[in-house]
Ligand binder design. Sequence first.
Ligand code: BG6
Length: 485
Amino acid sequence: MAQFKSKFPKNFYWGGATAANQIEGGFDADGKGLSAADFVEYIPKAERTKDNAMEITSEQIRKALSGESTARYPKREGIDFYHHYKEDIALLAEMGFTAFRFSIHWSRIFPNGYDETPNEAGLQFYDNVLDELAKHNIEPVVTLSHYETPYGLTERYNGWVGRETVDHFVRYAETVFTRYKDKVKLWISFNEINMITISPFTGGGILSDKEDNPMQAKYQGLHHQFVASSLATKKLHEIIPDGKMGCMLARMTFYPNTPNPEDVLKAQKENQDNLFFTDVHARGEYPKYMDRFFIENDIEIVKETGDDEIIKQYPVDYITISYYMSLLSSVSPEGEITAGNLFNSLKNPYLQASDWGWQIDPIGLRVTLNDLYDRYQLPIFIVENGMGAYDKVEEDGSIHDDYRIEYLRKHIEQMKEAIGDGVDLMGYLAWGPIDLVSMSTSEMSKRYGFIYVDKDDEGNGTLERSRKDSFFWYKKVIESNGEEL
Ligand code: BG6
């Protein structure tokens, strides 16, 4: 048999990804308003449950606003990228990054979401960040909404439940497209758009306790995000003709737990439930298989005249995903459960897990990429992948994170194989190239970075940045275009 050697294409993007609410801090600096992320409390591990870590109640909001709350809000602090962006971007450049993903904190631009005019200081901040990236020849990949719905929209419309939020989002998108048209070509509308159905407050600024039928509310909110995303794509192509819009999915690849046809069917169903979001974005219509789900769950999506046409006319240009792990589908209640990104799963005996129980499955990434490419034939960009781990700082300040190197190496190897399988892969952005506040737990000790940030879960630390072993390893990976792993 002839030997086949897969290679990364010449113009492959290498870099990392972040979100404003997890790095910036400066939550009320220079006119910024509050967003959903600013209400997420730090809950120590012993008291944390899957439900209280991210979902917020009206009572928690009231206490936060009245000053009665004694909680800490780590996403208000981030790692102070707001004041360290030059230093941080210089470190990314030292690793040889060719792309960097960040989100614009919507409430920095429109403090309440519904304001008539944008906040110039907010716009200027992202101009500064973009200029710094350009100085180092790093291509920006910009997310419009990464769990950062302005609180003003929650107050007025219960976030994305309200149709009005669509217009406010489109005005925000138009504002930033116009402002950054010469600086940003690659855009993403909603980070992990499937989040709205899992944690409606995180994904859509929706307070579930305000809704009689929370299930209906979140799918209505999702419909509004689909329409908003398509309208933003339309605007993008008008304002930046060579601009590209991507959708973003937290891709969950489900395997049947056994060859029992019932498990196989369940896995197929769970995969459909997850691919539903990209099906709408890429194929431009609601898939037929969702009709049954909507009927069985008493969901009736209210569509305005023209919504279906908008979704059809303005699909996305490329697909982006986060990939952290695979999951198992089973009809049996037996078996050990382990935690995962957004979902728990049965333990897969063939896989190891991270310190947080997320199952490590590099081959699953190859499976995922092949499936997605077969389904859509659109370019794919991995805009999140990585391993949250506890790091130990040695006496001399060094950090030997060989576990992280191992995780990334194995995933990159499988990406390369997927390219050999024929997948059109645009690039790879490791999640959290610099340590940041965890989305699900608001911890600092769950670290993803190549760059260490001196800050702990309680918010103590000098914020000093230092290079881990993985920093030097990734630099070589990029230099060799993925040949030296
Ligand atoms: C993704 C999110 O789901 O996973 C990121 O888009 C998040 O915001 C990342 O940080 C890792 O999750 P966590 O909970 O470990 O921070």
